[in-house]
Design a protein around this ligand. Structure first.
Ligand SMILES: Nc1ncnc2c1ncn2[C@@H]1O[C@H](COP(=O)(O)OP(=O)(O)OP(=O)(O)O)[C@@H](O)[C@H]1O
Length: 463
């Protein structure tokens, strides 16, 4: 792929000479004669590695719009050029630019600057790709298990890899690996070289969710500083993973459906439509068909999304996978925490196999993590398993002399952080007569976050 250079310069003689010179050196060059033209080119995804910008432009200064313009680039590096006799804020330039150079331009100095800026841009893009795509981490084998249910699932996933999927739903109980499966599909499918953008639909209030998804123009609403490209736009050419889709507001569902069908979106406060090419993977722990019958989820969106539907089996229905899962998770935490657990006694296996795992693999990971961290030799310690149901766990905790509006947490290593979180929320709900607003208030969180966690941990929301 050619190295791309954008020259922003109003003097056509200078820009002509520079573009000829750098084209000969193998760069793909575009020229803009002012701020407006530069924005137009960047919007068209020219995606330059380096931007050489003159500071004195007839339609304004790049510096005044820098944050907006820079937000439209993908790790581009800036080199500013300015007249030596102009009144220039060098501190500001130094803060924003990779390099800066006084006019008249010394060609060989500029050559060196552009080369360095190009290297910086390429490095930043590679790093971003590496951490974004995680293609190693999300190979098919990352989904551990060989039970019949998992083998069927993997066969199905492999078949889907060569198919251009525009929408799909992954369903399954909490902790069954919906997020993991979405990442595997993206990283092994036709769009693996594009971005994977994730959004939890339960985590934000409606207004914020809309601007996150569709983006906004500067001043589109109070507090909308600068232009923002929404997640749908950011996922262009790749995948948008919408977790907890069942929690999406109904109006927003209608807008999402329109965006999927038209393959176009409009930023909030924006006038023009932008084409997008995005694969949408939605995940949910609730029965969307039932939700659409109850008018809690749009029927048309449900049918659009469920062209392909994958249901992940709960761990209790594939307990024979424990023999593969447990050693892999032990090895992971042995290496993370510098432990050396090697032996899993029979009585531990008996307990692991007898338990129903309502929190599925996430719960299994927490339990194994706790046991490995608290191990003192190569034997997996059974005493930290604590695979009891909530009722008997609570019965073990003495509450004598503790105020009735308090929540007791044993700090003896018997609860993982997630379990504490779920225990606090369940107790806070009970103390507040299952009133979501009041419970969110006493926990200092939003109702949306609270609802998300209630669903995630499968908590009771009524007496
Ligand atoms: N089959 C599996 N093999 C290995 N790890 C798994 C598997 N399934 C899930 N996990 C791990 O379990 C944890 C929970 O998985 P994940 O977050 O994908 O579940 P989820 O179904 O999206 O949960 P939720 O609905 O609560 O968001 C993650 O650490 C994930 O990597």
């Amino acid at each position: 792929m050619a190295n791309k250079l954008l020259i922003i310069e109003d003097d056509s003689h200078t820009s002509g000479e520079l573009s000829r010179y750098y084209r000969q050196k193998g760069w793909l060059v575009s020229v803009a004669d002012g701020v407006a033209e530069a924005r137009r080119l960047l919007d068209k995804e020219f995606n330059p590695h380096v931007i050489l910008a003159d500071l004195g432009l007839p339609d304004g200064s790049i510096l005044d719009h820098f944050e907006d313009i820079h937000a439209d680039t993908d790790h581009s590096e800036w080199v500013f050029a300015f007249e030596s006799n102009s009144r220039t804020n060098i501190d500001r330039i130094d803060e924003l630019a990779y390099e800066f150079i006084e006019k008249p331009i010394n060609q060989s100095r500029l050559d060196v600057m552009l080369k360095r800026a190009l290297r910086a841009s390429l490095t930043a893009r590679r790093l971003a790709n590496y951490s974004n795509s995680d293609s190693q981490l999300y190979h098919f084998d990352a989904y551990i298990g060989h039970s019949e249910a998992v083998s069927d699932l993997k066969d199905m996933l492999k078949r889907l890899m060569d198919v251009p999927i525009s929408t799909m739903i992954i369903t399954g109980e909490t902790g069954t690996g919906k997020g993991l499966t979405a990442r595997i599909i993206h990283n092994n499918g036709l769009r693996k070289d594009g971005p994977l953008v994730e959004l939890n639909c339960a985590a934000l209030p409606k207004e914020l969710m809309e601007s996150h998804l569709f983006g906004h123009e500067s001043g589109a609403f109070t507090g909308a500083k600068g232009r923002h490209r929404g997640l749908i736009e950011q996922a262009d050419g790749g995948t948008l993973f919408l977790d907890e889709i069942g929690d999406m507001d109904l109006d927003l569902q209608a807008k999402l459906l329109k965006a999927i069908e038209d393959k176009r979106i409009r930023r909030l406060g924006g006038e023009r439509e932008i084409s997008v090419d995005v694969q949408i993977i939605a995940a949910t722990g609730i029965d969307l068909e039932q939700a659409s019958r109850d008018n809690r989820f749009r029927d048309d969106l449900y049918h659009r999304l469920s062209v392909f539907c994958i249901t992940l089996p709960p761990l209790r229905e594939r307990k024979n996978d424990l023999v593969e899962l447990v050693p892999r998770i032990i090895a992971e935490f042995n290496s993370k925490a510098n432990r050396r657990v090697e032996v899993v006694p029979d009585q531990v296996w008996d307990q692991l196999l007898a338990y129903d795992w309502p929190g599925n693999i996430r719960e299994l990971r927490n339990v194994v993590e706790r046991c490995v961290l608290l191990s003192s030799d190569e034997i997996f310690p059974s005493k930290w398993l604590q695979l009891t149901d909530n009722d008997s766990q609570e019965a073990n905790v003495s509450t004598v002399g503790i105020p009735t509006d308090s929540i007791v947490i044993p700090l003896d290593g018997s609860m993982a952080l997630d379990e504490m979180d779920s225990h606090i929320i369940q107790n806070a709900l009970e103390l507040n007569d299952f009133n979501i607003t009041e419970t969110a208030r006493v926990l200092g969180t939003t109702r949306e976050t609270l609802r998300y966690r209630v669903q995630k941990y499968g908590l009771n929301t009524s007496a």
